[in-house]
Every structure is written in structure tokens, then in C-alpha cells.
Design a binder for this molecule. Structure first.
Ligand code: IDP
Ligand code: MG
Length: 149
């Protein structure tokens, strides 16, 4: 079953949007299979954003991610990777559609509230970077027959 890594960034936590953000994924019908709050180490933040290492915003991004706690999650469901990216919205919140998380709550790219894996391979890499296998649960929603035919 497809899984994706989602992180509520420090601004999302500080702005009391944890419940609202989780609600959107729950309401959609995806299954939460991993959840933890943590203060991110510099090493983990750098590894997570390694593809952006050469970008001018990299240093500021890492400082931001380690500045205050985040909420890390793994969500499961068919098509969850692409669907979560739609729920999250475009990288720059000024371009994100209203109705998306970034479109509803953000105004600047450096404070865009949430991360979501962008493809199957990155999802797998990020899940194993942030969670141990024991921290991930396999379980089935009792509502599944009402969500999936
Ligand atoms: P994504 O989060 O939508 O996948 P990426 O292009 O992968 O977007 O960039 C990762 C993160 O880096 C963004 O979510 C944002 O926090 C930050 N970022 C990207 N571009 C900029 C920028 O131009 N200025 C500041 N931060 C940026
Ligand atoms: Mg990205």
C-alpha cells in the first residue's frame, strides 16, 4: 500500500494548525500509520533537504526546520503521494489554490507550513529517514468499506 511522508513544519505547529492539518488528511480518507512530534537535529534537517544543498535558501531552511518542534507523519492509501501534494498546494503559498493548506494559511515560500514527499522514491527514502519500522503501524480503518469499493 502506498505511503507518503508528511511533516508539519515549525510554523504550522506554532500557528496551532496541527489539528486542522491532520483533519484534512483524515477527512479525505487516508490512514495515519505513523505520528510523532520532535525537535529536528541539524543533521536530520540537512539530510532531508539534501537535494537543495546548493540552493541559496538551504541554510535558512535548515535553521527554520530546527528552530522549533515539528510533527512528522506517515499517511497511507492508494494515490496518497500525489493527492497529499494537492491537499498541500503549490510550494509558494501565493500561488497555492485556496482550499489547499498552503493556499489557505500561508503567504510566503519560507513559511509554507508543511512538507509532503513528491514521488514514490522520495517517499520511501523520507519515511525511512524519519521513522523506524517499529514506529509504523499496519492497521485497517473500520470505515474502509465505505471509502473504497
Ligand atoms: P516543496 O516543499 O513544495 O516540495 P521544494 O521546491 O522541494 O518545495 O522546496 C523545499 C522547501 O524549501 C519549500 O517547501 C520551502 O520551505 C523551501 N523553499 C523552496 N524555495 C524557496 C525559496 O525560494 N526561498 C525560501 N525557501 C524556499
Ligand atoms: Mg520538495
Amino acid at each position: 500500500m502506498e505511503r507518503t511522508f508528511i511533516m508539519i513544519k515549525p510554523d504550522g505547529v506554532q500557528r496551532n494548525l496541527v489539528g486542522e492539518i491532520i483533519r484534512r488528511f483524515e477527512s479525505k480518507g487516508f490512514t495515519l500509520v505513523g505520528l510523532k512530534m520532535l525537535s529536528v537535529s541539524r543533521e536530520l534537517a540537512q539530510k532531508h533537504y539534501d537535494v537543495h544543498r546548493e540552493r541559496p535558501f538551504f541554510k535558512g531552511l535548515v535553521e527554520f526546520i530546527i528552530s522549533s518542534p515539528v510533527v512528522a507523519m506517515v499517511w497511507e492509501g492508494d494515490g496518497v503521494i500525489a493527492s497529499a501534494r494537492k491537499i498541500i498546494g503549490a510550494t509558494n503559498p501565493l500561488n497555492s489554490e485556496p482550499g489547499t493548506i498552503r493556499g489557505d494559511y500561508g503567504i510566503t515560500v519560507g513559511r509554507n507550513l508543511i512538507h509532503g514527499s513528491d514521488a514514490l522514491e522520495t517517499a520511501q527514502t523520507e519515511i525511512s529517514l524519519w521513522f523506524t519500522p517499529e514506529e509504523l503501524l499496519s492497521w485497517e480503518l473500520v470505515t474502509k468499506p465505505w471509502l473504497v469499493e
